[in-house]
Design a protein around this ligand. Structure first.
Ligand SMILES: N[C@@H](CCC(=O)N[C@@H](CS)C(=O)NCC(=O)O)C(=O)O
Length: 204
């Protein structure tokens, strides 16, 4: 039995959980509640992941994998269903770039979140937070204008990552109303979010 260092609110953990659901492998993993913060590893085992971040996946042989990109690739390799998540041909690089886009949106969103939650109001860096938000705005615009064909195609690690990023915007930044300027993306996400793997992993 593998152990996944897990947090129910982490969008990176959600990527790994979606892969487990899609592969039918949820019974192969024990979830260990392990969230921490950059200022304090908290319950996260620094022996398992010296970067003290979730997700981390302890394999049966004791070896621990991190981060979400590595873990997702590993989970996909455990099942014949996984190959489609890393397609052959030109769409391979599209899928990986789309994954990097979703992960980058999350990195920017997390940096804003940490600034707001870990630094007192008077010393928060507004310009720096705005710069992070602009990365998300530009990514949303690129998705709407250039990536809809890939998103509307078969599920890949790229579509999973984007779905986790949009889900995180809904969870932590709902007041910024990302749907308003991105109707095609909103339509795609509404359909994608109906998948059982998405429904089973809603952050709470
Ligand atoms: N690039 C990593 C990012 C993981 C990450 O930042 N996880 C957050 C939770 S959402 C975390 O553990 N943060 C604690 C920290 O930064 O110390 C991945 O894809 O797994």
């Amino acid at each position: 039995m593998m152990t996944l260092h897990h947090s129910p609110t982490s969008p990176y953990v959600r990527k790994a959980m979606i892969l487990l659901h899609e592969m039918g492998l949820t019974d192969s993993v024990t979830l260990l509640n392990a969230g921490g913060m950059p200022t304090d590893p908290g319950k996260m085992s620094v022996a398992a992941n010296p970067l003290s971040k979730v997700p981390a996946l302890e394999r049966d042989d004791g070896c621990t994998l991190y981060d979400s990109r590595v873990i997702c690739r590993y989970i996909a390799a455990l099942s014949p269903k996984g190959a489609g998540f890393y397609p052959d041909g030109p769409s391979h690089w599209e899928a990986l770039t789309l994954e990097a886009t979703g992960d980058g949106m999350l990195d920017a969103a997390l940096l804003i979140r940490y600034e707001v939650t870990l630094r007192e109001a008077g010393i928060q860096h507004e310009g720096w937070m705005d710069g992070q938000w602009q990365k998300i705005v530009r990514a949303l615009s690129a998705l709407e204008s250039r990536w809809m064909a890939h998103l509307e195609g078969p599920m890949t690690i790229g579509t999973v990552s984007i779905a986790c990023a949009l889900g995180y915007l809904d969870f932590r930044f709902a007041d910024r109303e990302w749907r308003a300027q991105h109707p095609q993306l909103a339509g795609w996400y509404a359909r994608f979010a109906e998948r059982p793997s998405m429904q089973a992993t809603i952050p709470a």
